[in-house]
Write a new protein. Structure first.
Length: 490
């Protein structure tokens, strides 16, 4: 389908009477085919490349309807060849042999799904493996496919490969393609506004002054300290910051670095967000399924953090490496919760991250002894109950440009939290009982308010009422019981 040149005139023609719907459907189909053709041309240049943006806003909107132009969403394009995928024939062949060794038999399309590569690339390779007497046809399958099984020669080779490395999952993505993807999806290109932060924190009671301080820190994409008394919501704030950025990113299931396999996608830390199935005749996008679409990650680590967590770890049984936590958090947020109470000292963490925090790249050591450079692209939030200056020196503080204190809630905010939590827990709100709680158990003993206390005290009331089979209501007696339990050793 061609378009008029700059000097030509587009001629509008009316479709024949009664055929308008058919003409419109035909035009839509042709437009979709053209998009696919354009994507194929891009895929031949690179297997992972962002969709090009319009050169000017005028190409997308008229002057009277102009709206801010957002960067196009990045997605990995399906490769047209093994070379375009950054793979050799032998690498894919090895994965197939190990999978067949574990499963005994599989169709060509099953193998394609297992290694996450198009069947049109896998089918010729399987024929070549059959010619080399590595695999054999066991039976015919639907759609010009076959059920494959290992020959004796193929089984011997598969066992040797499995002894070296047991991995037979998705074909790995080259490190270079991953680095390019981080550059295309970096949080530093995201510039959340006040509206974005309000949306991210809509389920928290947070005042405008705190949002005003958080906004520039989030925009920087660098790092910040959240400090203050325990129970005021530092972790809750840190966990919601990521919502202010773009919602989804793409990451490889596994990386390939000089023959080594490194798992990156971690279901315990990443939440998969699959694309909706297309309802049209053709898919709008050809996606490289070696990549997985996830919600922009928010990874929280606490006292369990060790130096080993920051390095590539090798499983000596499977010979498969696991990416460190900072690599898994790229393009998202990494929360170091309860900073200062980790199993390693703050000085050890300082020495490990002082350069990455400044340069935004990190160096990792592989089991082979090779050192690789990888992106260090996340918003790092250090959440602590201690004073930052008591934890680290000035050199480290300088590299964390924002230090935000999460202060105690006011009495007004404390009362609002009681209203909110009473609705969530199904407790009948009583103003007189709340006045009693504030006067008797806070003001009279000079007890500071904490943001977590309305939830915790009302939960005690719920448990007390259920045990004694009383109505779920606020009362002086119920609050006395809850306070006595909750503040017994505080």
């Amino acid at each position: 389908m061609s378009f008029p040149s700059a000097g030509s005139h587009a001629v509008e023609t009316a479709p024949p009477e009664g055929g308008a719907d058919d003409s419109r459907r035909l035009d839509e189909l042709l437009n979709r085919i053209q998009r696919l053709t354009s994507e194929d041309a891009l895929a031949s240049e690179s297997s992972a490349r962002p969709v090009p943006a319009p050169t000017t806003a005028a190409e997308a909107t008229t002057a009277s309807e102009a709206t801010p132009v957002q960067a196009p969403a990045w997605f990995p394009l399906e490769p047209n060849s093994f070379r375009g995928a950054g793979l050799s024939d032998s690498e894919v062949e090895n994965l197939i042999l190990k999978y067949l060794n574990a499963r005994a038999e599989a169709t060509g399309r099953d193998l394609s799904e297992q290694v996450r590569l198009p069947f049109r690339l896998i089918d010729p390779l399987l024929q070549s493996m059959k010619d080399d007497q590595m695999v054999a046809h066991k039976a015919a399958a639907v759609m010009n496919d076959y059920v494959y099984t290992l020959t004796g020669v193929g089984r011997d080779r598969a066992k040797k490969l499995t002894d070296y490395c047991t991995y037979f999952g998705a074909a790995p993505v080259p490190l270079k393609d991953y680095i390019d993807s981080v550059s295309a999806q970096t949080i530093t290109s995201q510039h959340p506004t006040e509206v974005d932060l309000q949306r991210a924190f809509q389920d928290l009671l947070i005042d405008d002054r705190m949002l005003l301080r958080l906004g520039p820190a989030v925009n920087s994409g660098r790092g910040l300290f959240l400090f203050g008394a325990p129970g005021n919501g530092k972790t809750s704030i840190a966990e919601r910051v990521t919502k202010a950025f773009g919602e989804h990113i793409w990451i490889p299931r596994a990386l390939g670095v000089d023959g080594e396999i490194m798992r990156l996608f971690d279901p315990s830390m990443h939440e998969e967000a699959p694309l909706e199935a297309s309802s049209g005749l053709l898919d709008d996008h050809k996606i490289d399924t070696r990549w997985v679409r996830i919600k922009r990650p928010t990874i929280v680590v606490g006292g369990e953090l060790t130096m080993d967590s920051l390095e590539v770890t090798l499983n000596t049984v499977t010979n498969v490496s696991e990416a460190p936590v900072q690599l898994k958090s790229n393009c998202g947020t990494l929360v170091i919760d309860d900073f200062g109470r980790q199993r390693m000292t703050t000085d050890e963490l300082l020495n490990r991250w002082i350069v990455p925090l400044e340069k935004r790249y990190d160096f990792l050591n592989l089991s082979s002894g090779k050192k690789i450079q990888v992106p260090f692209d996340q918003l790092i939030i250090f959440s602590t109950n201690l004073e930052p200056r008591d934890l680290v020196d000035d050199a480290f503080l300088r590299r964390i440009p924002y230090k935000i204190e999460v202060i105690d809630p006011t009495e007004t905010a404390f009362r609002k939290l009681l209203v909110i939590m009473s609705k969530k827990l199904g407790i009948s709100y009583d103003q007189t009982a709340v006045d009693y709680l504030v006067e008797k158990h806070y003001k009279s003993v000079n007890r500071p308010y904490r943001a977590c206390q309305p939830r915790d005290l009302l939960q005690q009331v719920v448990n007390y009422c259920r045990y004694t089979k009383r109505p779920l209501v606020m009362s002086q007696e119920n609050f006395d019981f809850a306070v006595e339990n909750y503040f017994a050793v505080m």
